[in-house]
Design a protein around this ligand. Structure first.
Ligand code: OAD
Ligand code: ZN
Length: 234
C-alpha cells in the first residue's frame, strides 16, 4: 500500500498540491528543499514547525482505520507493508504496525550535523521564531523530514524495495503521483505481477498505464468498501 496526503484530507490536514495545497501558500522552491534548510533554516521551521499543531490535533479517519483493520486481519503467512509519504503518524495512531515513513515524521526534531549522536526526538514546539540549537554539538536542529533534494534513507527505501519484489496487490491512495521515488513504485509492482489499484479524488494526470484499476472519490469513503466488500461504492 502506498499513501499520500489525500488519505489525511478527511482528517482536516492539507494536501500539498491543488487549490488549497501547502505549496500554493509556501512555494516549494522557497520552503521545501534542502537548499532552503542550508540558507534559510527559519523558513523550513516556519513551514514544517507550523504543521505540528494541526497534525497533533488531527485524528485518523475511516481510510486510516480501514488500512489498519486490513493489516490486522491478515493470516500469519500474508505480508503487508504500508508505505506512506505522510509525515503525520495518523496511520500508526489508527493501529497500522508495519509502516514505512518515506518522508519522515514532522513531529520529530533532529540535528543537522550528521556526525552528531543526538537521536531524533519528539518535539511539540513549532520553533517559528528562532532556529533551535543542538544540546550536544550546538549545530542547528531541523525537522525530521526528507526535503526535496535529499535521498530517502536506506532504512526506509530498503524494506520498500523488498516488498515490491514479491508484491501481489499494490494500492496507491490519495497521492498525486508526481513525487519520486514513490511515483515509480507502481511500475515495479506491476512488473512483479501485482494487481495495481489507484484510489484518489481526481484521476492521475497524466494517466499511468501501470495502474490496472482506478476508483475516484474520497479515500475515507472508498477504502472501507473496497477493502472489506470488494466493491468501492457499496
Ligand atoms: P499531493 O498534495 O501531491 O496529492 C494529494 C492527492 O490527494 C491529490 O491528487 C488530491 O486529488 C487527492 N485527494 C484530496 N483529498 C482526497 C481524499 N479525501 N481522498 C482521496 N484523495 C484525495 O500529496 P502527495 O502525493 O502525498 O513531501 O505528495 C507527495 C509528497 O510531495 C509529499 O509527501 C510532500 C510533497 O511535497 C514532502 O514534503 C517531503
Ligand atoms: Zn548535534
Amino acid at each position: 500500500m502506498l499513501t499520500g496526503a489525500g488519505v489525511s484530507a478527511g482528517s482536516g490536514l492539507r494536501t500539498y498540491r491543488g487549490p488549497d495545497g501547502v505549496w500554493e501558500e509556501h512555494k516549494v522552491e522557497e520552503y521545501g528543499n534542502i537548499q532552503t534548510l542550508i540558507e534559510h533554516p527559519e523558513r523550513t521551521w516556519q513551514l514544517f514547525g507550523g504543521m505540528r499543531a494541526p497534525v497533533q490535533a488531527a485524528v485518523p479517519n475511516a481510510a486510516h482505520y480501514a488500512l489498519a483493520r486490513l493489516e490486522n486481519s491478515l493470516r500469519p503467512e500474508q505480508r503487508f507493508l504500508l508505505v506512506t509519504q505522510n509525515v503525520d503518524r495518523l496511520h500508526q495512531r489508527a493501529g497500522s504496525r508495519n509502516v514505512v515513513e518515506l518522508h519522515g515524521n514532522v513531529s520529530f526534531t533532529r540535528c543537522t550535523n550528521e556526525a552528531c549522536d543526538l537521536e531524533p526526538f519528539v518535539d511539540d514546539k513549532d520553533h517559528a521564531h528562532a532556529v533551535p540549537k543542538c544540546p550536544k554539538c550546538s549545530s542547528a536542529l531541523r525537522p525530521h523530514i526528507v526535503l526535496f533534494g535529499e535521498a530517502i534513507p536506506p532504512m526506509s527505501s530498503w524494506p520498500v524495495k523488498k516488498a515490491l519484489r514479491d508484491c501481489d496487490l499494490f494500492i496507491a491512495i490519495g497521492t498525486s503521483g508526481v513525487v519520486s521515488p514513490a511515483s515509480n513504485y507502481v511500475r515495479s509492482a506491476k512488473y512483479a505481477g501485482a494487481r495495481t489499484v489507484y484510489v484518489n479524488l481526481e484521476p492521475l494526470s497524466p494517466k499511468n498505464p501501470a495502474f490496472n484499476e482506478e476508483y475516484l472519490g474520497k479515500a475515507e469513503e472508498i477504502l472501507p468498501n473496497l477493502l472489506f466488500c470488494g466493491n468501492p461504492s457499496s
